[in-house]
Ligand binder design. Structure first.
Ligand SMILES: *Cc1c(COP(=O)(O)O)cnc(C)c1O
Length: 380
């Protein structure tokens, strides 16, 4: 049996998406800037896709800019905004952000002289709102807090954060890559100024994303060239990618959320029936597809490799940090010891995950944990 439970890293492109975009490679392959029929057809499909993404988050099409993915969207929003308004030198983020945000903040501090405040999280991975409120200053330019965390699936109180930002006149950016299509997003209700999205986390193609920019907010573009994307992001639009992104978003329904939640809870309960285990993150404020569990006395890498031999794909921490041997910055932020953090596995489901796959995974996990603990000096 082959079971893919690493949908937090990337997802299968929905076959319906593949069918929709295939003609865009060989038949309707025009450049949206060209003046002939091929070009205007491409422009029309691009406009339709923009409309789909915009309406999903209650934005206008002119507020959506297509990018190469979540990382570029994050960098464009934060860097672009700060370059446009260089006066204020204080910026705020959390200690559990994606590396594409944390890496940029480190750079802004080291090279651009920004003063950075990192907000901590509680045991469940929820932002400490009192800490955030106290961190706000007169010269705070921007707050960047993710909607849902990629490792532990915790959903942040971004409506409250948006309200605070609005009151204080601070720009609010939120990395919504993991929450998109899984948690309803209304950028107006949430008071978001910038929001980042990525196609390949929602059964769309890799290398395409979107950035929501609230009407009236200016930023300096990162990529210079032609007048694409309202003159805000140069480069010939990746039409098949963008159309595939929109199609994937159209195919995501609330019913999928309910189904994933059911399987998620079955997996959580099955794995917690193994002794000396604990769920990381929040039970209630959690993405419908995320399970992150620590298995005491054993190493996550060992678990991952044994699961891989049984055809089950999972991850330790996130794909972005799996090359390093340092324990996950997210799990450490929850207050876990380095040992427990090292014994943690992230299982991320999708709308294609089946009940049989969850049963198979629970059964294999039970035997692998038993096997590895039998060999572990710590377990005795
Ligand atoms: C995957 C991910 C990103 C990066 O998106 P790419 O499209 O791979 O660049 C950013 N933030 C979060 C929370 C993610 O999970």
């Amino acid at each position: 049996m082959k079971v893919y439970l690493d949908n937090g890293a990337t997802t299968m492109v929905d076959p319906e998406v593949v069918k929709t975009i295939t003609p865009l490679f060989t038949e309707n392959y025009g450049n949206a800037s060209s003046l002939h029929q091929y070009g205007s057809d491409a422009k029309d499909t691009l406009d339709e896709a923009r409309e789909v993404i915009a309406s999903k988050i209650n934005a206008s099409p002119e507020e959506i800019i297509f990018t190469s993915g979540g990382s570029e969207s994050n960098n464009t929003a934060i860097s672009g905004y700060l370059k446009q308004y260089p006066g204020k030198k204080h910026i705020i983020t959390s200690i559990i952000e994606h590396p594409s945000v944390l890496g940029l903040f480190r750079e802004l501090k080291m090279s651009e002289g920004y003063d950075v405040t990192y907000i901590g999280v509680d045991k469940e991975g929820i932002i400490k709102m009192d800490e955030l409120k106290k961190a706000v200053r007169k010269d705070t330019a921007l707050i960047s807090i993710m909607h849902a965390n990629n490792e532990i699936g915790t959903i942040q109180p971004i409506e409250e954060i948006g309200k605070l930002c609005k009151e204080k006149g601070i720009i609010f950016h939120s990395d919504c890559v993991q929450s998109f299509t899984k948690v309803p997003i209304d950028v107006k209700k949430l008071n978001i100024d910038f929001a980042s999205f990525s196609a390949h986390k929602v059964h769309g193609p890799k290398g395409v994303g979107a950035l929501y920019v609230k009407k009236g907010i200016k930023f300096k573009k990162l990529i210079h060239g032609g007048h694409h994307e309202f003159n805000k992001r140069a480069g010939t639009e990746n039409i098949p990618g963008i159309v595939g992104f929109a199609k994937a978003v159209e195919l995501a329904t609330p019913k999928h959320i309910v189904e994933m939640k059911k399987l998620r809870d079955k997996l959580i309960n099955g794995l917690l029936s193994i002794k000396d285990t604990q769920l990381n993150g929040s039970k209630e404020k959690r993405l419908c597809n995320n399970v992150n569990i620590s298995f005491n006395y054993i190493e996550g890498e060992g678990l991952l490799l044994h699961l891989d031999m049984e055809g089950i794909a999972v991850s330790t921490g996130s794909a972005c940090s799996s090359q390093s041997l340092k324990p996950s910055h997210v799990l450490m932020a929850l207050g876990l010891s380095a040992e427990v953090a090292h014994g943690s596995i992230r299982f991320t489901l999708s709308r294609f995950t089946t009940d049989d796959e969850i049963d198979y995974t629970i059964e294999k996990m039970k035997s692998i944990v038993k096997l590895l603990r039998g060999m572990s000096p710590l377990a005795k």
